[in-house]
Ligand binder design. Sequence first.
Ligand code: SME
Length: 160
Amino acid sequence: MYTFDIDTNAPKSELYAEMVRSADAMTSGEPDAVANMANIAALLWAFLPDVNWTGFYRVVDGELVLGPFQGKAACIRIPFGQGVCGAAAQSGETQLVADVHVFPGHIACDANSASELVVPVKHNGTVIAVIDLDSPTLNRFDTEDAKGVELLAQMIADRI
Ligand code: SME
């Protein structure tokens, strides 16, 4: 059993530092990508308040395919360039969306989602997956969240 000491009152930088340490400890030496993504999706879900979806889309044969996640069942395949995840995969850039309803082409997997953060995971400069976080609250994510998830993405890039 894994237990984590999650201080939701801690500054975001500390919360993410602790989350990345936990993810590092859980995935270190484990070669199975699905197991690692599954545990990281669960860690994101446990550490982050006010989220309704946390998980992965993987790049498979030139499109995004649903990976391990927490939250409601979601769209399985997303072409590059479509929706927030597709924009992150195509551009290789983090997408911080304060209001998904005004994002052109946003794909509504869960009608409750109001804001979204998507961070590409790059291995040797190539996008291999994206980490997707959804919240039912408008403007839930800020640049500190983006930085924290980018640190996580870097750490796991050769473990998924
Ligand atoms: N909203 C995403 C689709 C994935 S779900 O949020 C889980 C998008 O627009 O890419």
